[in-house]
Design a protein around this ligand. Structure first.
Ligand SMILES: [Zn+2]
Length: 419
């Protein structure tokens, strides 16, 4: 009995596996309202033609044209079509996590550290055509001053990279260590390099205002990445850490909670994007009845980070800096989602349309994937989410997508579900 069940399981898995890589059949979405960001008016009663995973045409539904043969036609009856959401800062490391992302209409995530090379693995599944995985931009092994002292434990990255093992025994990685970590990441075809300019905030063993990489390590990592045409993201909190990272040439600042106007002006002048990850601070567990001194210290740090982040976002918004939605989430069931981040950004002063843009067009441009993602436009990947109503009226609408489409495949269809 067991072997028969086992055989059925293998056959089922083979069926899933082969269907996972079949090209999507053409799709025609009719009578949709199309969201186009904060600066362009929405389009009404539109038809979107999708073939081979790309958006082929966006035209008014009144225009009569031939559709591709065998196309599946779906009448959206005036529902709202948005580009698939992008989370610019995730730590997703398992299949359950990526399924939760897709179910919520999050079709792209930029990984900002996994403790193995799970992000590189997820990217490989997407690249081979698996339909149940979002597009993951991988960052691989982070460039951090003391890889054996940081939490979470990064030791498995050394096991995956025996040629870097000597770095494990150093007091700090040094200039050549920073360069070698970047080179090994490049061999695994990462999309981004992550550097640590400051310590972590979420653990008491680290101090977010203290420098992590020093200037020479930071510059060495960024120059090595630039030589390989890989953009760099910096984990940084303080004015000193952020400005050192910006001067070294990073493209995005992760967290940046404590930055003040001069640093924000420097970011603006250098075209650096700001990923404030408010959800990470709001997601801290609530205080227990009798908190330990450590819990009290972390809660106080968290409260301070939230307050300063809102001030930094207000200045960044006034100066016209690109603000990007990122969560710091692993997408476990109780973790925040980019929809939470969009709401937090709206609470910080962005309009609802701007907050959604921070997870679509602004994000794709900051992550350098705007030729593929972030808009409903001919030529782009057919990553789209359908909602019953206009989410700029009420951002909670984002929590209940009617349809999630990734590269032209319908991943989730909730059209029949009772509201
Ligand atoms: Zn993070």
């Amino acid at each position: 009995m067991r072997s028969k069940a086992g055989m059925m399981m293998i056959l089922a898995l083979l069926a899933i596996n082969s269907s996972a890589q079949e090209p999507s059949s053409p799709l025609v979405l009719e009578h949709a309202n199309v969201f186009r960001g904060s600066k362009s008016p929405s389009l009404h009663d539109m038809t979107i033609v999708v073939s081979a995973g790309r958006i082929e045409r966006v035209q008014t539904s009144a225009r009569k044209t031939r559709y591709p043969q065998l196309a599946r036609r779906i009448d959206l009856h005036g529902a709202w079509l948005l580009p698939g959401l992008i989370d610019a800062h995730v730590h997703v490391a398992d299949i359950a996590g990526v399924h939760r992302m897709l179910a919520l209409g999050i079709t792209t995530g930029r990984s900002m550290l996994t403790t193995g090379y799970e992000d590189v693995g997820l990217k490989a599944l997407y690249d081979r055509g698996d339909k149940d995985v979002p597009d993951i931009l991988a960052a691989g092994f982070p460039v951090v001053a003391r890889p054996m002292q940081i939490k979470p434990d990064l030791s498995s990255l050394f096991l995956d990279n025996p040629d870097l093992d000597d770095i494990r025994f150093r007091d700090r990685i040094g200039i050549d260590g920073a360069q070698r970590i970047v080179l090994d990441n490049a061999k695994r075809h990462v999309d981004w390099i992550k550097v640590f300019a400051n310590g972590r905030a979420g653990v008491l063993s680290a101090e977010p205002t203290e420098r992590d990489l020093n200037d020479s390590e930071l510059v060495a990592a960024v120059l090595q990445a630039q030589a390989l045409a890989i953009p760099v993201a910096a984990h940084a909190y303080s004015d000193e850490g952020v400005s050192a990272a910006v001067r070294a040439g990073v493209r995005t600042i992760e967290h940046g909670s404590l930055i003040t106007e001069p640093t924000i002006k420097l970011m603006k002048a250098q075209g650096v994007c700001f990923v404030p990850t408010l959800s990470a601070f709001y997601a801290m567990p609530p205080a227990t009845a009798s908190p330990t001194p450590d819990e009290n210290a972390l809660a106080a740090r968290d409260k301070m980070m939230i307050q300063h982040s809102h001030e930094a976002i207000a200045i960044a918004y006034r100066l016209g800096l690109n603000i990007v939605a990122g969560t710091d989430s692993s997408y476990d069931a109780d973790e925040p989602t980019v929809i939470d981040e969009i709401k937090h950004l709206a609470d910080s002063g962005l309009s609802p349309a701007e907050a959604i843009e921070s997870a679509t067009a602004v994000s794709s441009s900051c992550l350098r994937i705007d030729k593929l993602k972030g808009a409903i436009r001919a030529g782009l990947d057919a990553d789209m989410v359908v909602y019953a109503k206009d989410p700029t009226i009420d951002l909670h609408i984002l929590e209940k997508p009617l349809l999630v489409i990734t590269r032209g495949n319908i991943y989730a269809d909730n059209q029949g579900a009772t509201p």
